[in-house]
Design a protein around this ligand. Structure first.
Ligand code: GTP
Ligand code: MG
Length: 202
């Protein structure tokens, strides 16, 4: 994918603040600190477009990134950060639910999990939500540079079992720092956008 132009178009916490629903959107969900913002930066060849942090809970808003005026990446607020209050957690649920429930131009929601750890109960809830909304259920297993290649299979299996995934091809190991599988993920995204285009023109 040739990135001609990528920019942060909108920061939102509710529907009124979303940009126009005129472009297809691919959204990214996952635990705080799993590497969502880093993933977006690495895919777009940018170092600091989506703000990242060693401190969990950096992204607490829905951030819309416009790419080539063709489609958007949507960075959803991370969940599972222990240090936030119950009120903050409720707010998180509301922000995501409103987006999932109302966004007509959302074509796929991708979940990120850390390749090193078994997914949490909240990951499972999120994943079931994604499937309930009839999305494909693609998982990006982040921080793959932190384990040796020989460990991939075993770790991916733990993820597969916990999230009750049938098709192992739905889980893609990824590294933002080492760009592992960047081309593969782009080809998956191109497919998604292409299929969406075909459906729109029907
Ligand atoms: P929130 O905004 O809190 O939801 O977090 P996030 O999911 O956006 O995570 P972020 O991209 O900010 O990354 C969190 C930390 O993990 C940062 O210190 C990143 O440098 C690190 N990180 C992210 N992806 C990778 C990766 O592929 N490999 C390695 N080694 N570190 C990564
Ligand atoms: Mg973030």
């Amino acid at each position: 994918m040739k990135i001609i132009n990528a920019q942060l178009e909108k920061i939102a916490v509710n529907q009124k603040q979303y940009p126009n629903a005129n472009l297809p959107e691919i959204a990214f969900a996952g635990r705080s600190n799993v590497g969502k913002s880093s993933f977006i930066n690495s895919m777009l060849n940018r170092t600091n477009l989506a703000r990242t942090s060693g401190k969990p809970g950096k992204t607490r808003t829905i951030n819309f990134y416009n790419i080539n005026e063709e489609f958007r990446f949507v960075d959803l607020p991370g969940y599972g950060y222990a240090q936030v209050s119950k009120k903050e957690k409720d707010k998180w649920g509301y922000i995501i639910e409103e987006y999932l429930n109302t966004r007509k131009n959302l074509v796929e929601i991708i979940q990120l999990v850390d390749i090193r750890h078994e997914p949490t109960e909240q990951d499972l809830i999120m994943y079931n939500w994604i499937k309930t909304f009839n999305f494909t259920g693609i998982i990006i297993a982040t921080k793959a540079d932190k384990i040796s290649k020989g460990k991939y299979q075993g770790n991916l299996k733990i993820i597969k079992n916990k999230l009750e995934i049938q098709d192992p091809n739905l889980i893609i190991p990824y590294s933002s720092s080492k760009k592992i599988n960047k081309d593969k993920v782009w080809s998956v995204f191109k497919d998604i956008l292409m299929k969406n285009k075909e459906q729109q023109s029907k």
